[in-house]
Design a protein around this ligand. Sequence first.
Ligand code: C5P
Ligand code: C5P
Ligand code: ZN
Length: 484
Amino acid sequence: MSADTTPDAAGPVPELRARAVACAERLRDAERVLLASHIDADGLTSAAIASTALERAEIPFETVFAKQLDEREVERIAATDYETVLFTDFGSGQLDVIAPYAAAGEFTPVVADHHRPAELPDGLDEPEHHLNPLLFGLDGASELSGAGASYTLARALEPPGGDNRDLAALAVVGAIGDMQGADGGLSGANQGIVEEGVAVGAVEEATDLLVYGRQTRPLPKFLEYASDVRIPGITNDANGAIEFLAELDLDLRDDDGEWRRWVDLTMDERQTLVSGLLRRAIASGVPADRIEALVGTTYTLPGEERGTELRDVSEFSTLLNATARYERADVGLAVCLGDRAEALDRARALLRNHRRNLSEGLQWVKREGTTVEDNVQWFDAGTRIRETIVGIVAGMAVGAAGIRGDVPILAFAEKSDEEVKVSARGSHALVRQGLDLSGVMREASRAVGGDGGGHDVAAGATIPTGSRAEFVAEADRIVGEQLS
Ligand code: C5P
Ligand code: C5P
Ligand code: ZN
């Protein structure tokens, strides 16, 4: 590692960096490594970062993905003949399951994660190679993602003269995929990674309109679906959006008569459009803080082609979720690793399906509404929403018409005949009042024979079929205690 490439992803916390160096040393000592990662945007980017770093360090490895790291999955991993297992974007929450295998010499775990660590049973030692921002006073839900932890490790794995800072692009995709941005922008150790990415030209930071789809959506759809902002007469209103655009007196169609996209507009045209939006928002009485939220920090990847999903980190992360959450992590990983042909085509097809599922799921939740208890609200989608995306749908539903934004939401979906998935989402305001959904999910699920964990603001669990009522009662009670 050359001296000029530090102040690094560990940013304000040298201990995190030191831990990464220790983890990297352990990996270098391994003959070969089994890399196990989580199936979402952050997990995929984590795996892509870690696998690239392992490859560059010439450490042989194999990659596997899991929806969830439970007893069964850890057992399966232990049954392989790998002596070193690198867990990325999970592992911390399951240290209690992993540690006994480590103690028995089945394998040596190296964990790069950002989830709330599990407490270890008496007599078991903390694993030595555990890289997690929460151990060093950083917030795992906003200051460093799984991909960020993996990036920190990747920097420590650099061979002499090597430079893994290009991987910052994927780390930013992972952090944004995990919703770690506030007003679009990243902070904490994430910000350190952005700076490294900017320094090598892998990431571009700008202040721009914070509407999803800047690269790919034709302008009318771009505005119609701008659900984060909600301007009456434009958002959720196809005709309204078109009328608004027509009134701007700009030439918004290309030579073929197709609508242009945000990315196609000149700075002047963008300015005109933003001014028009602001005028309209003010005139319709949108609160000032919502109007301010229209503009914020955005990240693009200049190495990717303009007008593609990959150029914008937020669209990139959705594309990845569209693969991994549908049992096609291999496709998402290939895209992360640079496949712009077959894998990208495949990912785009999966993305169309994912979008349809999200939109149908959201419609269903809005139609059915939630059941409000004393301290939580919940809905049970049964088989109507895939359990791998029910958390995303719950997050999108909060604050929509008829769904309260001031109580945590629990979302149930059937996982199998025996198991039900629960996703929980809160808000930063509730977290400031004491909400810790990670604790809620862990305690309430364990009370009914399941298990769970995650972050204070977003967490999940698996519980036995038939235990929903008891689980809701437990969760409701615990949230009540936390907020009192
Ligand atoms: O397992 P992992 O940490 O990658 O998953 C994070 C999940 O939590 C994502 O689905 C993300 O949308 C959600 N989340 C959230 N709000 C935050 C942080 C995370 O909804 N502030
Ligand atoms: O699956 P979902 O998007 O609801 O997950 C929210 C957060 O909770 C993620 O960070 C996920 O890794 C975590 N989680 C967990 N244990 C589970 C389910 C989810 O730690 N059984
Ligand atoms: Zn994550």
